[in-house]
Write a protein that binds this ligand. Structure first.
Ligand SMILES: Nc1ncnc2c1ncn2[C@@H]1O[C@H](COP(=O)(O)OP(=O)(O)OP(=O)(O)O)[C@@H](O)[C@H]1O
Ligand SMILES: [Mg+2]
Length: 583
């Protein structure tokens, strides 16, 4: 995600608070609780005056009963208030995290594919998990400390002013200095913590990469390389963390020192006031207790600033995702079921930040009931071509028509419903076999079974411990490559869409399975438009037209027999493969 320049904190915080609006009952209760909590604390300190003067200096008998009762009452009230505050804040904060997570994930799924080329998936996942978590801390825990402690400070200052203006003023001399430190720490923190989170994402991405490719790492003996890449990132984070910690530690030490200075100033002024008869023992004890009560609150307020900043930095990143541009979907034409006539007109494609064209002036027509085979060397643009049909990417030039209408005039969801796609990388979900075949539809077991049989997948599904209801593990870890492909084909068959796209869909199958799947596809093909990318001859031989791609251009076209006779690139590729087969 491209980072927007740092925005001022307040608008971000306000937007974040906007998310709490739905939970304002809980938030309101929590705020009330904080008011009472801080008030009860201050009242207890105010009690120090009568406790000293009327309990000890000039003892009164009824105070021996009244004061203990007052203390119990105060703390019962305070405990209740604390519970209400904590519950209300947790409820609000946790709900906001959930809302943000849902919103960000659904936003991610609406971003254009090109976004996924520039941001690694683990970084996205860390945004979902980590950034949202940080946001709660800002929106609940930090807010709670901020409000309760600020209130405590205000109450206690009021109490002190009431006891003695002079002594209090002496202390106030020092507060602006503390404020200055708080401000500086917050600013620095916000800057560094952004770097930390980015680094964490990159570190996770690097670890995920080396762990998921552990076999490649081992066979290349690249452990050292992977470790050094990872430790480079880890060291950078260590450095940043130490910067944050040292700033925080230095600041909190300094704040305490200043508070102690204030204390000694108070003592000096207070003793002079006492000599002049303007301050009695009870008032002094009260003042001192208030002063002591303020120090931890002040310290918490300074450290909470960092949590707030961290939350705001995280919120800023989340908002930049939420504000990112989505896939363009401004077509209005509804489409129930297309006939399936697909026409490419001078289509070119250039990936973002890529110098050359992946597709260059590609034109062809694929009519319903026919099979168009696309062949070419690796990297010639085959996958790029078929990706344009569901509008995963937009052509840089030219246009693509479905039933004579440009693709972008259709509603995106309608268009994509017309397409069944078996990609080069088979994606399976951590669910049962049946759920993977039915994915996104509510087909019954009979239909699922029929699709599985057509895809020649039934023979292995049958042998699984729980048949269709067997869980297949994360991304189908428990299945072989060919089994995964057959599941994907079954999914496409079940979808029964007018356009069928197969990108190397049978590459991982043995000849026998491939022939069976081929038969099934053959039966499906008459009613639909099929684009198939394949190296296998059996698929291509039956195709109605073969397009030969080279460096993004269609260099030859015709039927298998015509192309063989022409003796060009196709004939060359074919003879190379034929020799391979013989070997
Ligand atoms: N998401 C992407 N971003 C940038 N460039 C890409 C992207 N996908 C593919 N390319 C580039 O576009 C060109 C065509 O790639 P494409 O995947 O279409 O080839 P292919 O014919 O399907 O190859 P293969 O047979 O190996 O699957 C390649 O040079 C590739 O590097
Ligand atoms: Mg490809």
């Amino acid at each position: 995600m491209s980072r927007t320049p740092r925005q001022p904190v307040w608008p971000i915080y306000r937007r974040l608070l906007g998310y709490t609006a739905r939970y304002r009952v809980f938030l309101g209760a929590a705020l009330l609780g904080m008011l009472v909590e801080a008030g009860a604390g201050a009242t207890f300190i105010w009690l120090m005056e009568p406790l000293t003067n009327r309990g000890f200096v000039q003892p009164e008998p009824q105070m021996a009963v009244l004061l203990p009762l007052a203390i119990i009452g105060l703390f019962v009230l305070r405990s209740l208030a604390t519970f209400v505050t904590d519950y209300g804040m947790a409820r609000t904060g946790r709900s906001v995290v959930r809302d943000l997570r849902e919103e960000v994930l659904s936003k991610y799924l609406r971003l254009p594919s090109s976004q996924f080329d520039t941001e690694a998936t683990p970084v996205m996942v860390s945004r979902l998990n980590f950034d949202t978590e940080q946001v709660t801390q800002a929106s609940s825990e930090a807010l709670k400390t901020l409000i309760t402690d600020s209130l405590t400070i205000v109450y206690l200052l009021g109490l002190m002013l009431y006891m003695s203006v002079k002594v209090t003023l002496a202390m106030l001399l020092i507060t602006p200095l503390i404020g200055l430190i708080v401000w500086y720490v917050g600013k620095r923190y916000r800057r560094i913590s952004g770097g930390i989170q980015d680094g964490m994402g990159r570190m996770a991405a690097s670890a995920e990469q080396s762990l998921s490719a552990q076999q490649d790492v081992k066979i290349h003996g690249a452990q050292e390389l992977e470790i050094s890449r990872y430790s480079g990132l880890a060291n950078r984070i260590l450095g940043l963390n130490m910067k944050v910690e040292s700033t925080r530690a230095a600041a909190s030490g300094l704040v305490q020192l200043l508070a102690a200075l204030a204390l000694s100033l108070i003592v000096a002024v207070a003793t002079r006031e006492a000599l002049a008869g303007r301050l009695n023992a009870g008032q002094f004890i009260s003042l001192m207790t208030a002063m002591m009560g303020i120090i931890p609150s002040l310290r918490r307020v300074t450290s909470v600033q960092t949590a707030v900043s961290r939350g705001v930095a995280a919120a800023e990143r989340l908002f930049s995702i939420l504000d990112a541009e989505e896939e363009v979907d401004d077509g209005t034409r509804p489409l129930q079921r297309a006939r399936g006539e697909l026409a490419f007109e001078h289509v070119s494609l250039r990936y973002r930040d890529q110098p050359g064209f992946a597709l260059d002036d590609v034109s062809f027509v694929a009519t319903p009931g026919t099979v168009t085979a696309i062949v070419g060397r690796s990297g010639s643009g085959k996958t790029s071509l078929v990706r344009l049909v569901p509008r995963f990417y937009e052509p840089s030039a030219g246009r693509i028509l479905l039933d004579g209408v440009p693709l972008d005039e259709y509603r995106m969801s309608d268009l994509r419903r017309q397409i069944a796609l078996v990609g080069q990388k088979v994606m399976l979900f951590d669910d049962t076999v049946a759920a993977n075949i039915a994915y996104g539809s509510d087909a019954d077991h009979a239909a699922i079974r029929a699709a599985a049989e057509a895809a020649n997948a039934w023979e292995f599904i049958e042998r699984l411990p729980q048949g269709l209801d067997t869980p297949i593990g994360e991304n189908g870890a428990l299945l072989s490559g060919g089994q995964r492909q057959r599941l994907a084909i079954a999914r496409a068959i079940l979808r029964d869409a007018p356009i069928l796209i197969l990108d190397e869909a049978t590459a991982a199958l043995d000849n026998e399975s491939e022939r069976l799947v081929q038969d099934a596809l053959q039966r499906l093909m008459p009613e639909r438009t099929t684009l198939v990318i394949a190296h296998r001859l059996s698929t291509i031989e039956h195709a109605d037209q073969v397009l030969v791609l080279d460096q993004g251009r269609i260099v030859e076209r015709g039927t298998h027999a015509e192309l063989l006779a022409a003796g060009g690139l196709y004939a060359h590729l074919h003879s190379a493969q034929f020799r391979e087969r013989q070997a």
